[in-house]
Design a protein around this ligand. Sequence first.
Ligand code: SAM
Length: 160
Amino acid sequence: MASEELRPGEVAVDAAVTVDQNVQFIGSIRTPFSTRSECPRQGDTENGPICRLEILPHWQPALKGLERFEAADVLYWLHTARRDLVLQSPKSDGRVIGTFALRSPVRPNPIGLSRVAVLGVDGGAVLVRGLDCLDGTPLLDLKPEHCPFTDLPKNTPVKP
Ligand code: SAM
């Protein structure tokens, strides 16, 4: 199916971008997946392939401390996805579902989110397992699964 074709029941809108808050990419993701059909629907942190998050040089200092974490959330820009569908038929079987009720890459801002296993930091790259995206997918952000600074013991007084 050509990327701009609609399936039965699908609805597209005129999704001209009206607001741009200048999202910046912090690097790119190297995976073994060169076509969308090779990508899994969701990553597998146990058995998926090892992937590399290659961080741009000026953001590499921001990796300091990440090696202490076993898991992180990766946000990425699903850059080849169309962005104008409000209703989708993911299985092309006549059933139609709203974009916000799906984890489809097709959405107004095609952000992917995966919880990955952090295997290590290799200079300016992070080795992870659990991704489902194309090789070369732009990287938006990386966050540890929890932040030590928010894990305050219960009953810790909160300053006004
Ligand atoms: N795990 C993420 C999430 O839940 O937000 C993404 C899930 S999405 C269903 C994963 C699918 O997006 C892949 O199976 C592939 O078909 C597609 N995909 C992967 N990389 C992409 C890219 N760079 N641009 C567009 N589609 C992509």
